[in-house]
Design a protein around this ligand. Structure first.
Ligand code: THU
Length: 132
């Protein structure tokens, strides 16, 4: 857990967030031991900005991994309490990460909160599983 949070802290240094100056890092551990980083990447047209969580997940899938390969995910920001993913990221995590995969929410003070996606997004909309 601490190692993956440390990786998210390393990832965070690669943020491109000149508009908010709010740096977020994410790290995803996959079964073969690879760790994939993600950062928030902003845009002058603010709405096009991408969060660290989604960057990490899209990189993971772009590298050929699928949800069953993901062992754990860590997210970190300089927040009072462990960082709380936005609603859009919760929906994307719900789609791309298995239901029981541990998600570590962290801050730079060393606080870590372990959750799973159902804690973040209860009663989720899930096209593939709920609506058959
Ligand atoms: N952000 C993330 O990357 N992840 C979160 O969990 C919260 C918000 C980004 C989006 C934007 O670049 C900046 O933080 C401020 O909202």
């Amino acid at each position: 857990m601490k190692n993956l949070v440390a990786e998210a802290i390393k990832a965070r240094t690669k943020t491109y967030s000149p508009y908010s100056n709010f740096a977020v890092g994410a790290a995803i551990l996959v079964k073969d031991g690879t760790i994939i980083h993600g950062v928030n990447i902003e845009n002058a047209s603010y709405g096009l900005s991408n969060c660290a969580e989604r960057s990490a997940l899209f990189s993971t899938y772009s590298s050929g991994y699928k949800k069953e390969d993901i062992v754990a995910m860590a997210i970190v920001a300089d927040t009072k309490k462990p960082v709380s993913p936005c609603g859009a990221c919760r929906q994307v995590i719900n789609e791309l990460v298995e239901k029981d995969t541990p998600i570590y929410l962290a801050n730079l003070k060393g606080e870590i909160k372990q959750v799973k996606i159902a804690d973040l997004l209860p009663y989720s909309f899930d096209e593939l599983e709920n609506n058959e």
